[in-house]
Design a protein around this ligand. Structure first.
Ligand code: MD3
Ligand code: FE
Length: 206
């Protein structure tokens, strides 16, 4: 299992974490957090989301999981992916040379969680997925190619980076819970604190 899974604890130092959190806070003033909804049932996800880049991940009852070119509430195009995140992609995406098209911004507060799922709304599964965590620690679960496969759990702390590639690109995964108050990083930047996850993805085939 997990040939294509790499964890980089402390990839961002505290100063870089602080700078990135401030950049994301500014970006969210242009593209406010929203609550995506489950296809068909319309049940809201507990994680608050927004995006940067030409394509943003979105879901509602009617349209289901998809990528869209503009913010569902403001109608404006998504802001550009910050340079520091494009640099992290260049550094961590290995041999994959095309640019990321989506930076999904997930904010977990209180009891927010993300159930076990696959990321399969993209057209190019040969591209890696690069994820950066800021703020409170999250309990991450990584499984295998089927929902029934055994899972392993990891803590994702502020500054940690993770790369999913190859066989693990389609692995089931989720966030069981966060540990509220485990980091002070977002104090004074995000009212209410929580855990921010930034997931960089290629969506279309280059
Ligand atoms: C493992 N987000 O937005 S990021 C998601 O921490 C998502 O917010 C989680 O899963 C979070 O879809 C985990 C890390 C991640 C991203 C993609 C993966 C892990 C992955 C794809 C395959 C396997
Ligand atoms: Fe995912």
């Amino acid at each position: 299992m997990s040939s294509g899974f790499r964890l980089f604890p402390g990839y961002l130092d505290p100063a870089a974490q602080q700078a990135l959190a401030a950049e994301i806070a500014a970006l969210l003033r242009e593209a406010p957090l929203y609550q995506a909804r489950m296809p068909k049932t319309g049940k809201p996800l507990s994680v608050l989301m927004s995006n940067a880049g030409p394509l943003g991940w979105y879901s509602d009852a009617q349209g289901g999981y998809r990528y869209v070119t503009s913010h569902p509430e403001t109608g404006r195009p998504w802001p550009a992916i910050p340079a520091s995140l494009r640099q992290a992609w260049g550094d961590l995406a290995g041999d994959y040379r095309a640019e990321p098209e989506c930076c999904l911004i997930n904010l977990y507060r209180g009891q927010a969680r993300m159930g076990l799922h696959q990321d399969r709304d993209e057209a190019d599964f040969t591209a890696p997925v690069v994820s950066l965590s800021l703020g409170d620690t999250g309990l991450f679960r990584l499984g295998g190619a089927t929902r029934q496969a055994a899972t392993r759990s990891f803590r994702l702390a502020s500054g940690d980076a993770m790369v999913l590639a190859g066989a693990d690109r389609l692995a089931f995964h989720g966030i069981d819970r966060i540990q509220p108050g485990s980091s002070r990083l977002l104090d004074g930047i995000f009212e209410g604190g929580g855990r921010l996850n930034l997931t960089l993805r290629r969506v279309t085939k280059p």
